[in-house]
Design a protein around this ligand. Sequence first.
Ligand SMILES: *Cc1c(COP(=O)(O)O)cnc(C)c1O
Length: 427
Amino acid sequence: MTRSEALFTRAVECIPGGVNSPVRAFGAIGEPPRFIEKADGAYIYDADGNAYIDFIGSWGPMILGHNHPKVLESVLEAAKSGLSFGAATEREVIMAELICQIVPSIEMVRMVNSGTEAVMSAVRTARGYTGRNKIVKFMGCYHGHSDAMLVKAGSGVMAQGIPDSAGVPSGCTEDTLSAVYNDLESVEALFRAHPDEIAAVIVEPVGANMGVVPPKKGFLEGLRSLCTEYGALLIFDEVITGFRLALDGAQGYFGIRPDLTTFGKIIGGGMPVGAYGGRREIMSMVAPAGPVYQAGTLSGNPVAMAAGITQLTILKESPELYQKLNEIGDWFYSEIEKILEEAGAGCRVNHIGSLGCVFFTQEPVVNYASAKTADVGRYREYFKYMLNHGIYLAPAQFEAMFLSAAHTKADLENTLDVIQAYARKHK
Ligand SMILES: *Cc1c(COP(=O)(O)O)cnc(C)c1O
C-alpha cells in the first residue's frame, strides 16, 4: 500500500469522503487521491515522493507558481506580528486601495474568507440595493456552495451528477432562475417574464467550472445591456478569471463594466481570501455603512492580507507576465489540440489565456448541455495515464487546466510529449 492509500484509508474514517472538498477525492476517476506533501514552482510532490507537473495550482491561486519567495517571506513576516486581531489593520486598507486601483469598476471592496462567501454576500447586496429578489444564473456556472447558488451548478456538483444538493430547502432556490450560457435569448426571456423582479444576473465571464467555456462574441455585452435596460445589476464572478485573464480580470480583457465583482483564489496568494466590490453607491449598502448585514471574525486576516498584497503587487508590477502567460497558453493548448486531432482522438480543446480544457466529445462546447456530451470514461482514462506519467491534471472532466508563470517551455514540452504518447496508444 502506498502512503497516499494508507492516509486515505485513515481519512475516510474521520472526514466525510476522506477530503475537505469533494473534487479532491478523485471520485470521478475511481482512484484513491494522492496526498500532497509539498510543492515548489510548477511541481507538486506526493506523500510517496512522486513529482508531478501541476496544472491545478490549487485551482488557480498559484499563478506565480508554488512557494514564490516574496509571497512566502511576507507571510512569515506578518505571522511574527500576530495571527489575528479581530480589529482594523493597515494591511486591509492597502489591500482595498490596491484592488480599487487595479479594477476600475470597483470603488469599494469588502474582504471575506472564500469565493463562496464573496458570492453569497454580493447576491445579498444586489438584493438589498435593488429591493428585488430574483437572481439569474447560468447552468454549468459554479458560484460556491451557498444555498441559493446550488441550482444546476458546475464543478464538483456536475462531476458527481448531483442536480441539486440535499439540505437546500426549495424556498432557498425559488428565486434562482437558470439561463443557458452563451444564449442571450434565454436571459431576455427571463427578463420578459419577470420584468421588475430580477435583482441581478451573475455570470462567470469565462465559464471555468463546466470545463472551460469562453463567452461568444457579444454575449457579455448583451448581458450588460439587458441588465441596464431592466434595472438589474450585473455581477461578474471573477473568482477564477480575476487577476488571471488580465490584471483587471475578464472585465478588463473584454472591456465590460459589471456593477459588482466577486474574487477568490488568486486574490489570497494561496491563503483563504475572497472579496466583493463595485460601485460606491451599491457597496455603501453593506453594514456598518448600510442595512445589508455581512460580517466575518477572520475577514481581512493580517497573514492572508500579506500574501494577497504581495501576490497582487507582483502581478501589478509585471504587466509583461500576462502577455507571456496568454501567449504561452495559446501555444500550449493549440499544440494539445493538434496532437489529439492528428491522432483522431475526437476531442475538443477549449482555451482562453492560461485556462484550457480537453473535452472528450466531437461537439463544439459552448454551454452546459454541450459540455455534458463529453465522455467522462475517456477523460478518466486520459487522467490516469497522465497522472502515472507525472502530470497532475484536474481529476474530473468539468474543470480547467491552470498555467502559472512557473511553467517553463520545457515543462510544457514534456507535458506535450506525454499527451503525444497517450494519443498514439489510444488511437
Ligand atoms: C471556486 C469558485 C467559487 C467558490 O470559491 P471557494 O473559495 O471555493 O468558496 C465561486 N465562484 C467561482 C467562479 C469559482 O471558481
